[in-house]
Design a binder for this molecule. Structure first.
Ligand SMILES: Nc1ncnc2c1ncn2[C@@H]1O[C@H](COP(=O)(O)OP(=O)(O)O)[C@@H](O)[C@H]1O
Ligand SMILES: [Mg+2]
Length: 310
């Protein structure tokens, strides 16, 4: 494996990629950068263009316009991607072959033979935690186990850049943990990973940086902190529940219920005690306090004006 050089060119650089399907503009000038050695989430609602973009990156679909570079080298519109691994969303395994036989078949497909093939298959069985099920037909596997084999089939040749399309859809929580542990192991060995997801928590907790895609365009890119700072700001949202309706404190306002007032606070530890004291001194009584940190959820709504699951 030859991972990218830190400070060198990005693993993938995508500029102005356009893809039409008849009247549908699936990609409308998408741009993103997958930095060497990072895990990047491509986050967006259904129909945003995630699958189309990773298919263009993988060379399975030809973009109508735009450029894709891998480690600083321009890629052809299709093909020419031996150093790139791709795990499609749909599971593609031979159900009547065992896990080991599936891995051997995909390893041959990736050009592995002899001792290299055997080593790669043994590595994959351990990596996926399926060594004890190696001789079982994959049709007897749970969805999560099949997903793990499917991911391994795309990684057997140990590509330095890996694309995964919704790798945890339809997967039980235990397999989901295992899949993220598998990806972390690859990342620790220098693999650059782009994964698509429509789940906020996966982007927020399991990735180094996030690209938000909507209507075929990448509308924001950065770490969670960068996205928060550039959109909703870093203030905490504080909601006070008042025992009796009363005038809200300065900077706070009631929405529907006059006993529930909300405001933004820059430094909660510093400002909240004084705020509560002032309310008490003016005869009010606070029955509950809720503090919410800005999240990817609030960033997403700020940028798109809607919830992710629509
Ligand atoms: N092969 C295709 N033929 C026609 N339309 C397509 C095809 N693939 C995707 N689309 C359309 O392109 C848009 C983006 O789809 P897709 O890339 O699958 O989004 P996502 O993966 O984010 O859900 C959608 O409007 C979808 O219906
Ligand atoms: Mg998709």
């Amino acid at each position: 494996m030859a991972p990218g050089v830190p400070g060198g060119p990005p693993a993938l650089l995508v500029r102005g990629v356009v893809k039409r399907f008849g009247q549908t503009l699936a990609l409308d000038g998408a741009r993103l950068e997958l930095r060497a050695g990072e895990r990047l989430a491509l986050l967006g609602p259904n129909g945003a263009g995630k699958t189309t973009l990773v298919r263009c990156l993988s060379g399975r679909a030809a973009p109508d316009a735009g450029e894709i570079e891998m480690f600083g080298r321009r890629l052809p519109r299709t093909g020419g991607r031996e150093r790139l691994g791709f795990v499609p969303q749909e599971i593609a395994l031979y159900p009547d072959l065992t896990a080991r036989e599936n891995l051997e078949a995909f390893g041959r497909f990736h050009g592995l033979r002899g001792a290299r093939l055997r080593e790669a298959v043994e590595w994959a069985l351990t990596w996926t935690g399926l060594a004890d099920r190696a001789g079982d037909l994959t049709k007897t596997f749970s969805g999560g186990m099949r997903r793990r084999v499917n991911i391994a089939c795309g990684v057997l040749h140990r590509p330095p850049v890996l694309l995964l399309d919704e790798p945890t859809v339809g997967v039980d929580p235990q397999s989901r943990e295992r899949i993220f542990a598998m990806l972390e192991e690859l990342r620790d060995h220098g693999t650059s990973i782009l994964l698509t997801t429509h789940q906020l928590d996966e982007a927020e907790e399991r990735c180094d940086r996030i690209v938000i895609i909507d209507h075929g365009r990448a509308i924001a890119e950065g770490t969670l902190g960068e996205l928060i700072e550039s959109t909703v700001g870093v203030n905490r949202r504080v909601t006070l529940k008042l025992a009796e309706p009363g005038p809200p404190p300065e900077g706070f306002r009631a929405r529907d219920d006059p006993r529930e007032v909300t405001g933004e606070v820059e430094d909660v530890a510093l400002e909240l005690p004084g705020l509560l004291t002032r309310i008490r001194e003016s005869g009010g009584r606070v029955s509950g306090v809720e503090v919410r940190a800005p999240s990817l959820h609030s960033v997403f709504i700020h940028l798109t004006g809607r919830e992710l699951r629509e």
